[in-house]
Design a protein around this ligand. Sequence first.
Ligand SMILES: NC(=O)c1ccc[n+]([C@@H]2O[C@H](COP(=O)([O-])OP(=O)(O)OC[C@H]3O[C@@H](n4cnc5c(N)ncnc54)[C@H](OP(=O)(O)O)[C@@H]3O)[C@@H](O)[C@H]2O)c1
Length: 317
Amino acid sequence: MARPDWDPQHLPDLHERSYLVTGANAGLGYFSTEQLARAGAHVFMTGRHPNRLAAARRALLRRVPDASVESLLLDTSNLGSVRAAAASIRSRGGLDGLLLNAGIVHPPAQREQTQDGNELVLATNALGHYALAGALLTTLAEASGRMVWVGSLSTTISPYDPVDPQLVDTYTPWRAYVQSKIATSVLGFEADRRLREAGVAISSVVAHPGYSTSGRTPGIHGVNEPTRTKRFVDNLQAAFAQSKEHGAWPLVRALVDPDIEGGSFVGPRAGMRGRPVVAKPSRIVRSTDIADRLWHVAEEATRLRWPFTAAAKVGPA
Ligand SMILES: NC(=O)c1ccc[n+]([C@@H]2O[C@H](COP(=O)([O-])OP(=O)(O)OC[C@H]3O[C@@H](n4cnc5c(N)ncnc54)[C@H](OP(=O)(O)O)[C@@H]3O)[C@@H](O)[C@H]2O)c1
């Protein structure tokens, strides 16, 4: 049972723990990394662009001088990049958790395809994370670890039937975003069901950040530098929007609170903002029928089946 008095500003001691965060150079990924590092965790900060990643690491070390962080290139839209990053992590051994955060939040106007042949937004937000978590399954099992998928409140306001999951005939930028977030959440809940069924010592949790904007977020050189106009517009939404620093709270709680059970959904208390609590996910993302179909889509699109049997044989080190 999750405690009602979780304080996101006083995390448990995370020394000896290590986590990997995707999209760690900006936004929620950066602030999650910072919060984990402040609590003593070793964090693999991953991102797709070397300069942006280096700038974020420098910023983090300015703000948390004793942070233990390593940066690693990982482009979630590219399955080769995912495989390479996972191999690098496996060779180092030991991982307590994965924060599957990276995402395209402003999809392109026209449908784009990755070099692996998948629709770009689905590939970046959902498929790359499915592939990463699968490639690190045995490593996570060694630590009885946890994976956290980042969903969205937008999944509550859109119907969904995965007849065209790659949006070949039905692409719009909004549909691409919402469907990718539904897919992410559905895969996160389905992962937990499948891990339990296979007897693997890993939990899978879905979290969402409410409504978190960069204009409500502290300015950090190289990480968050909104224009004056962006600050002005975002501040008009102060009644229902929060900073990305606070938006990271549910993601971090989902990752490190030992009382959060696999299959939980964690988000801000007031929906769009607030302290992190266990919330109720939308009906669509809990559908086991959609989950079965989407899991199959992910297996086909990534040409990867999760190694449940191998992971079940691995116990805590
Ligand atoms: N902010 C919200 O209110 C909100 C609400 C619901 C859900 N979310 C989810 O929260 C996550 C983070 O959102 P955010 O608000 O922090 O967005 P953000 O500030 O735009 O940050 C997105 C991060 O993802 C990275 N990224 C994008 N494409 C990538 C790729 N192919 N490979 C690796 N990294 C990639 C970006 O890297 P670059 O800097 O290189 O582009 C950046 O680090 C997303 O999954 C989003 O859907 C956000």
